[in-house]
Design a protein around this ligand. Structure first.
Ligand code: GTP
Ligand code: MG
Length: 148
């Protein structure tokens, strides 16, 4: 099954949104495979956002991600990469639909509280970067009640 990297950014952690965000993925039927609090080194944040290194906001983005701990997660399920992005909402929260995480909890693109991998390939790269020792492999008892 597909896996994605979801990260609650420092503002989401500081604002006490970890439980709310986990609940949205959990109640949808996705399986939590990895979860940890982490203070992020500059080089690690730069590696995560390497594709954006030429953007004018890159320095501020790296500073933001390193400004306080993040909550790193691995979620699993059918089409979880694309569906996770839908649950999160558009990059700019002012364009995010109400009902999405960004559309319900934030305003500014530079404080958009959560990250989600944008493709299966980037999810694999990001999971390798954030969970180098792998995630928790276990049988999930709910599966037959979520999938036909
Ligand atoms: P992530 O899930 O965090 O990767 O967001 P995304 O995939 O919706 O957007 P993208 O990968 O293009 O940008 C990564 C992050 O950079 C965004 O989530 C924002 O936090 C930040 N960012 C993107 N565009 C801007 C911008 O124009 N200004 C600022 N200040 N930050 C931006
Ligand atoms: Mg992105």
């Amino acid at each position: 099954t597909e896996r994605t990297y979801i990260m609650i950014k420092p503002d989401g952690v500081q604002r006490g949104l970890i439980g709310t965000i986990i609940q949205r993925f959990e109640q949808r039927g996705f399986i939590l495979r990895g979860l940890k609090m982490m203070s992020v080194e500059k080089s690690h944040a730069e590696a995560h956002y390497a594709d954006l290194s030429s953007k004018p906001f890159f320095g501020g983005l790296v500073e933001y991600i390193c400004s306080a701990p993040v909550c790193a997660m691995c979620w699993e399920g059918k089409d979880v990469v694309k569906t996770g992005r839908k649950i999160i909402g558009a990059t700019n929260p002012l364009a995010s639909e109400p009902g999405t995480i960004r559309g319900d909890f934030c305003i500014d693109v530079g404080r958009n509280i959560i990250h989600g991998s944008d493709a299966v390939e980037s999810a694999q790269k990001e999971l390798a970067l954030w969970f180098p020792d792998g995630v928790c492999e276990y049988e999930h008892a709910m599966k037959p009640w979520i999938y036909e």
